[in-house]
Every structure is written in C-alpha cells, then in structure tokens.
Design a protein around this ligand. Structure first.
Ligand SMILES: Nc1ncnc2c1ncn2[C@@H]1O[C@H](COP(=O)(O)OP(=O)(O)OP(=O)(O)O)[C@@H](O)[C@H]1O
Length: 252
C-alpha cells in the first residue's frame, strides 16, 4: 500500500521551477527525512504534496477530497505559533476533528488518542496550561502531539525539531522512528543532518527544487553529495552506538 505517490510534481514561481519534477513513493514503515539547503524547495514540496499549493504533475494526497485527506495525512507546518489561549489538551484534541461526526463531542477512543499523544510528547505536566503561555519549543511539541492525535497513516512535518532542546529533538525523532516501526510513515524536513542520519530510514535530498538523492542515509550523505549540495565536508561513521554524522568545514 502506497501512502504517498508523487509523480513529476513541479511548482513554478515567476516562470521558474522551485520544485522540479519530483517523483517519489512512500510506503508504510518509512521515516523519511527531507533535507536540502535553505531555499531548496522542501516546504514548497511538502505543501504541494498536500494540495495546499497549485502544482503540475500528480500527488496522491492532493487528489483526495479534503475530508479523506485529513484522515490520510497529518500536517505540522513550519509556523508553529498557537493563536488561541486554550489549554494544551484542547489544542491536541483538535487533531481528532477529522474523525468526529459533525458537532460530536470526543468519544472514548478520541480521548485515548489525545492521552497517547500527550504521553508520546511528554506533555502530561502541562496538559492543563494555556497553550499561548508556553515557550516556542513547548508549543512546537504541542503541535506535534496534535498531529499524532490525528492518528493518520502518514505524518508530514516541516522542521518539527527546529528550536527544540537536544533531549526533545532526540525524543521527537524517536517518536517518529517508532511510528515508522509500527507501520505508519513520517516525512520530516530538517536541517539537522546528524539527527536525520541517526533516525531516518530514508533521506530525500533536494537541491534547487530537484530530488538529487533518495535512499538510506549512508547512500545519500556521501562526501560527494554533501559537498556538492551543502558545500561542506562531513564526518560520517557507523558506530556500535549508531550513525555519527558531523558537518565539519566549508568546501569553499
Ligand atoms: N510565494 C513565493 N513566491 C516566490 N518565491 C517563492 C515563494 N515561496 C517560495 N519561494 C521560493 O522558492 C524557493 C524554495 O522555498 P522553500 O520555502 O520551499 O525552501 P525550503 O527548502 O523549505 O527552505 P528553508 O530551509 O529555508 O525553509 C525559495 O527560493 C523561495 O524564495
């Protein structure tokens, strides 16, 4: 079963392709990292895949009716300020809306999904706090929890670990990797190549709108690719404690 299929997806801005002919299939059980320099087109690709932007080519998600799409994919956008002064729990419960009959209250299964998301993101101590009073990183974790509560087969997250402290970055990536091991899939854009190398089963490397590498981290984060696309040298080693990746120096 394919959770996402993109075929020759292309987005133009001012007659220039900023996503250029991307073809990808994502299957259950994948934790996919979307990597690339600033401006490479990561956000644009995710938004076009979701049908939030007009694009040429095909996206299986964009082709779905909105109500079905909300049960097929959860989306955590890059802008993560929470606007409403309601409780953390209430924000996370919004993730259940796609599953509720119109106007219905939360049922036991919905409450269980909210509780599980709160536990996953270690938000129990703040579940009754006003969401707008939380720090930026805490708000980001609440929005990840809202996406988890949606219990979709696929989760798309745009830079979800940016601004999180190291422990919460690792914990969040472990949650995503765990979802993949349980048969769901995650596509996460990120700049932290070390976390991408450690936790993702597959990396998509985007450069000026084009998909230039697609495969397991060891095949994508080669010295050549990293130098060509990011302009840096890097240290990569498979150790008994897992992959260690560290960008080192500028190549130019
Ligand atoms: N609405 C728009 N109009 C014109 N150009 C745009 C628009 N949106 C994005 N772009 C351009 O498209 C390119 C890709 O942007 P995008 O935000 O997708 O990159 P990104 O890889 O997510 O970058 P970052 O890592 O900095 O978040 C950039 O050069 C950006 O300036």
């Amino acid at each position: 079963m394919t959770l996402l299929s993109l075929s020759d997806l292309t987005v133009f801005r001012n007659d220039c392709p900023i996503v250029d002919g991307v073809t990808v299939r994502v299957l259950p059980g994948e934790c996919v990292g979307l990597i690339g320099p600033n401006g490479a087109g990561k956000t644009t690709l995710l938004r076009a895949a979701l049908g939030l932007l007009e694009a040429r080519g095909y996206s299986s998600l964009a082709a779905l009716p909105a109500s079905e799409r909300a049960r097929a994919v959860a989306w955590m956008p890059q802008a993560r300020e929470i606007a409403w002064p309601v409780s953390v729990e209430a924000v996370i419960a919004l993730g259940r809306i796609p599953h509720l009959p119109r106007g219905a209250r939360l049922r036991d299964a919905d409450r269980a999904a909210v509780d599980a998301a709160i536990a996953h993101m270690e938000l129990e101590p703040m579940r009754h706090r006003t969401a707008t009073h939380l720090s930026g990183g805490e708000q980001a974790r609440v929005l990840i929890a809202r996406a988890l509560a949606q219990e979709t087969p696929l989760l798309l997250a745009d830079e979800p670990i940016a601004g999180l402290d190291p422990a919460h970055q690792i914990a969040t990536m472990q949650v995503f990797a765990g979802l993949a091991r349980a048969g769901r899939s995650v596509i996460v854009s990120l700049h932290d190549l070390a976390q991408a190398a450690r936790h993702c089963t597959r990396l998509l490397m985007l450069d000026r709108g084009q998909l230039v590498a697609d495969g397991p981290p060891a095949q994508v984060l080669t010295a050549d690719n990293v130098a060509r696309v990011f302009g840096v040298t890097a240290f990569y080693r498979d150790t008994p404690q897992g992959v260690v990746f560290q960008p080192m120096e500028l190549t130019k």
